[in-house]
Ligand binder design. Structure first.
Ligand code: ASP
Length: 314
């Protein structure tokens, strides 16, 4: 009798256990990756923002703004590399997976946080990109922090003086930050002063959606750093996302894109470019054409730096 009662009591409990839905798989996000050692500043700031309840775009803005504020590596923000006329012209882009939205600024002068200007373009206008004087006017209209910039005649004098000297081929870097959030949506942003010694008005890959940054909420996100001329001619980041859509892992996709560009380009692997990518499954990868590439990964509340060797030429 006692056994019978026990069985009767157990049956509903067993039934309930069988009927209960299986435990949800752990969410692959949040996951953040960012270019270069200063990418850690970006991933840390973005993670801190997420922990305080910020959404995707606030996290991207927080991470990139911090690198802009510090003008890390002399490559981002107003303290970044000057152009051939001796002053910084800044490029930035932000993209959000849901809605496939993008906002960009290029050749922006005297604005401390180009990423904020790019976000205002995305969220507050019917446009995707603003450049030069118009972008600066727009940023000032939105009360973004600004600094004095030389007037045009002074810049022109600097340019003429510079032209008489050997070219300044100082380096360049970009902070590119990609995010997979807890809900499985992707977003990304980037900011740079571009190639040192560039001609005034030169725009690189960074503010061009599909070139220096690309986000697709069905697949994942990819971004670039390095010589923009060698990225934008190949729709660098777009193609990586497409490779992932076709089934490649982020690592395979980044490597494949470097090989593909090297195959076509007269410079071969001497491209000075690096890519990084993440996908909706929470996987990430990176590849460099030549030279080592350190990048930051933020997950589980902490950031680490990973350094990869350049791809082996095929
Ligand atoms: N991609 C940037 C540009 O060409 C520079 C860099 O990331 O090194 O403007």
């Amino acid at each position: 009798m006692r056994t019978f009662v026990r069985c009767v009591l157990l049956v509903p409990a067993l039934f309930a256990a069988c009927a209960a839905p299986p435990p949800a798989p752990a969410a692959p996000g949040p996951l953040l990756i960012a270019t270069w050692p200063f990418g850690r500043i970006a991933t840390d700031a973005a993670m801190a923002a997420l922990q305080q309840g910020a959404g995707r775009l606030d996290a991207i803005e927080a991470g990139i703004s911090e690198v802009e504020r510090l003008s890390c590596d002399g490559s981002v923000g107003l303290g970044g590399r000057p152009n051939a006329a001796g002053y910084a012209q800044l490029d930035a882009c932000i993209m959000d997976g849901p809605g496939h939205r993008a906002g960009c600024v290029a050749g922006l002068e005297g604005i401390v946080h180009p990423i904020r200007a790019a976000r205002h373009v995305m969220e507050g206008t019917r446009h995707v990109m603003l450049v030069g004087e118009g972008a600066r006017w727009f940023a000032l209209e939105h009360q973004l922090e600004s600094a004095n910039v030389d007037d045009l005649p002074a810049k022109k004098q600097a340019w003429v003086a510079r032209e008489r000297r050997p070219a300044d081929t100082a380096g360049h870097d970009t902070v590119t930050l990609l995010l997979l959030d807890r809900d499985g949506h992707v977003a990304g942003g980037c900011s740079t002063s571009g190639a040192g010694g560039k001609l005034p008005g030169r725009v690189g890959d960074s503010p061009i959606p599909g070139a220096g940054l690309y986000v697709d909420d069905e697949v994942g996100a990819a971004g670039a750093t390095g010589l923009g001329e060698n990225v934008m001619r190949y729709c660098g980041s777009y193609q990586i996302v497409e490779f992932m859509r076709q089934g490649m892992s982020p690592q395979q996709a980044c490597e494949e894109q470097v090989h593909r560009i090297a195959r076509k380009d007269p410079r071969g692997y001497q491209l000075d470019i690096c890519f990084l990518a993440l996908d909706k499954h929470g996987r990430f990868g990176a590849a460099a054409s030549n030279g080592r590439f350190p990048f930051a990964v933020g997950r589980d509340g902490r950031s680490e730096l990973i350094t990869i060797e350049p791809v082996t030429p095929r």
